[in-house]
Write a protein that binds this ligand. Structure first.
Ligand code: CUA
Length: 337
């Protein structure tokens, strides 16, 4: 199954480790605001409790007349909180402007969000790799340490939001336009990427990893990102993940029917369609379903297929490789859900 349990994602008791140039600024401001709140809240609540007890109504006790005005006191409790609020606003606004102003000379990465997957494309046109984390393979974005990184982000379908807690960086990914964000990773390591905008059934599974490496390792990763294996089956397996087929069509060990029909045991069979017809699951059917998914929607998956068309995004030899992969699962038994 493609489901990831919470324990496979780093558990955070407080803040996750700060790993970008924004982290000290964000953490310090958050901590300062928290302490300001504590330093006001605690004495106010204690005094309130004390006054309720000290001035409670009791026999023979007559309240003193209400105090109406005290200029020095009123000036104090106006000026001090105003100064604090202005300081908080100033620090927050400066931090925000830092995040909004994208520096020159960045490492650029294209980020595409889709239900329910992240895809990353590097400057050389190469695409992200995958790593098995727990039972699930997640997309891995490799970035160099101590370089400014700019993400050029768009969504294929609905509103998503790109969030790396360790970088204290978050931005919405919006369909129909590009959105940008930047940050500078300052620590080597692997960190979580989450989607933080509810985007449908598998929103919580829309996770990925960012791996911060040295410049030399980053160059190696770039070189690897443009390669596709020669062997058609290996190529098909890689494309199955890279193109995002794996988020809905489960295959192999995990080959149950999911949001889309499983690839296991489909090849060469007659399959039922939503419109009541039957069709042979062969090269032409696979090709048509990749390029025009709604044409022959499978029974039980709705006549309006939720899958986006891959026309213009996948080359003929890549479709051949995917066919080789699906064919290789001909006798893999489909698993129960
Ligand atoms: Cu994508 Cu939530």
């Amino acid at each position: 199954m493609n489901f990831v349990l919470a324990d496979k994602v780093a558990p955070y008791a407080w803040f996750p480790e700060g790993a970008s140039s924004f982290a000290p600024q964000v953490d310090n401001l958050f901590t300062a605001i928290l302490w300001i709140c504590i330093l006001f809240f605690v004495p106010i609540v204690i005094l309130m409790g004390y006054f309720m007890w000290a001035f409670r109504e009791r026999p023979g006790y007559r309240g003193s007349p209400e105090a109406l005005h005290n200029t020095p006191l009123e000036i104090t409790w106006t000026v001090i909180p105003t100064a604090i609020a202005v300081w908080v606003f100033w620090e927050g606004a400066m931090g925000y402007l830092d995040m909004a102003r994208i520096p020159k000379g960045t490492v650029d990465v294209n980020v595409t969000a889709m239900k329910w997957k992240w895809a990353f494309k590097y400057e050389n046109g190469g695409e992200n790799g995958f790593e098995k984390i727990g039972k699930t393979e997640l997309p891995v974005l490799v970035l160099p340490v101590d370089r400014d990184v700019k993400l050029i982000m768009r969504s294929d379908d609905v509103l998503h939001s790109f969030y790396v807690p360790a970088f204290r960086a978050k931005r919405d990914v919006v369909p129909g336009r590009y959105n940008y964000m930047w940050f500078r990773p300052t620590k080597l390591g692997t960190f979580d990427i989450f989607c933080t905008e509810y985007c449908g059934d598998n929103h919580s599974q829309m996770i990925a990893k960012v791996k911060v490496v040295t410049e030399a390792e980053y160059q190696q990763a770039l070189a690897k990102a443009i390669e596709e294996p020669e062997d058609p089956l290996e190529r098909g397996k890689l494309l199955y993940k890279r193109l995002g087929c794996s988020t809905c069509h489960y295959a192999g060990e995990d080959g149950a029917n999911g949001p889309g029909p499983s690839y296991n045991g489909s090849w060469g069979k007659q399959v039922s369609l939503e419109n009541g017809q039957e069709v042979a699951f062969d090269e032409n059917y696979v090709r048509e379903s990749i390029l025009n998914p709604a044409a022959k929607a499978r029974k039980g998956y709705g006549s309006a297929s939720p899958m986006n068309s891959y026309a213009g995004r996948v080359k003929d030899e890549q479709i051949d490789a995917l066919i080789t992969f699906i064919k290789s699962l001909e006798s893999a038994p489909p698993k129960a859900k």
